[in-house]
Design a binder for this molecule. Structure first.
Ligand code: DAH
Length: 339
């Protein structure tokens, strides 16, 4: 039996040398090691082996099984290695990889997030309103009469039913005041605004604004000034100068335009107009009180401030962008600078 096992081993290892594909190696495995294979058949004959030889024969059986098994594995491994090598033939594995492009936020998104973050720190919460707006919310309730130039059809996108694409985010002031349940009201509303402007380096027909409104029993002009000075120094840097210039807006009284002067190196030393603001006109409180039918915003007892500005303009000033159209061109050479 010992010599039979030895010759089985020799025969098997010799046979292996001639096999070069997976199918024949599998057939070999079944032939020698399978349940009905030759080695299994020899093992079954252990029963006939006299007791004093069982130990030697058992050891031999194991030795032969291991030799055949590992011979088979070596051949299978070599076959796999050959396949791997063939599949990358002609590919230079030492070449550096191609770096993956990393995305980043659009400069407008960045400035909107900065503006929102800054105002949230002062207790403002986000509010929203529709971009297709009624004349009431966009104009009438904001104390803007029918003959006001902002309502000119040639400057505004009207729908056949009389609604329009909102010309400013100030309409969210009315949307908010008509629905809130209690004081104080302290909201910010970033969003799109629409005008039928000729498109040029400083005008688009769709642009972005952010609106703020604060209403309570004793909101003062000093609150407005402090809030805006803090805001612009957060956005443009601590040395930014902020100037309030008397102006007119229908929905605020008094009203101001705000100019900033940036302290950054390489900037020309000049005031840049950046936002409109003022104390909410009592006529606005009267409008929303009529709609609400209650006295939460009684013009005799509440005061408030509001301001609004273009986010595109904010981004342009912050980054020294000279043409607003860059912000919508989606040219990655431009956008990459803000990554
Ligand atoms: N809605 C104005 C505009 O689009 C900006 C503005 C001015 C908003 C004064 C305000 C404000 O809230 O008080 O030009």
């Amino acid at each position: 039996m010992l010599s039979e096992l030895d010759s089985l081993k020799t025969e098997a290892l010799a046979a292996l040398g001639a096999l070069h594909d997976e199918a024949s190696l599998e057939a070999f495995r079944i032939d020698y090691l399978g349940k009905k294979g030759r080695l299994t058949a020899l093992s079954a004959r252990m029963r006939e082996v006299p007791p004093e030889q069982k130990k030697d024969v058992g050891a031999k059986l194991n030795e032969v099984r291991e030799a055949i098994t590992s011979g088979l594995e070596v051949h299978l491994g070599a076959l796999q290695a050959a396949k791997d090598a063939a599949s990358v033939a002609g590919v230079d594995l030492t070449l550096p990889g191609r770096p993956a492009d990393r995305g980043s936020l659009h400069p407008l998104t960045q400035i909107r997030d900065l503006a929102v973050r800054t105002l949230r720190r002062m207790g403002f919460t986000l509010a929203d309103g529709p971009e297709i707006e009624t004349e009431w919310h966009c104009f009438d309730a904001l104390n803007t009469p029918a003959d006001h130039p902002a309502r000119n059809e040639s400057d505004t996108f009207y729908l056949p039913d009389g609604r329009l694409l909102r010309t400013h985010t100030s309409s969210v002031q009315i949307r908010t005041l008509e629905t809130v349940k209690e004081l104080p009201v302290r909201i910010i509303a970033p969003g799109a605004a629409y005008r039928r402007d000729e498109i040029d380096a400083t005008h688009l027909s769709v642009f972005n604004q952010i609106e703020a409104l604060y209403v309570d029993h004793d909101v003062s002009l000093a609150d407005l000034k402090g809030t805006l000075e803090f805001f612009f120094r957060e956005v443009f840097g601590p040395k930014t100068a902020v100037r309030f210039r008397p102006h007119f807006f229908p929905f605020t009284e008094p009203s101001f335009e705000i100019d900033v002067k940036l302290e950054a190196k390489g900037r020309e030393d000049r005031w840049i107009e950046i936002a409109g603001c003022g104390m909410v006109d009592p006529a606005v409180f009267a409008s929303v009180s009529k709609t609400r039918g209650d006295l939460l915003f009684d013009p005799e007892t509440v005061t408030g401030f509001a301001f609004g500005m273009g986010l595109d303009r904010l981004a342009m000033i912050l980054h020294g962008i000279t043409d607003i159209r860059h912000l919508i061109d989606n040219d990655s050479r431009f956008l990459r600078q803000f990554a």
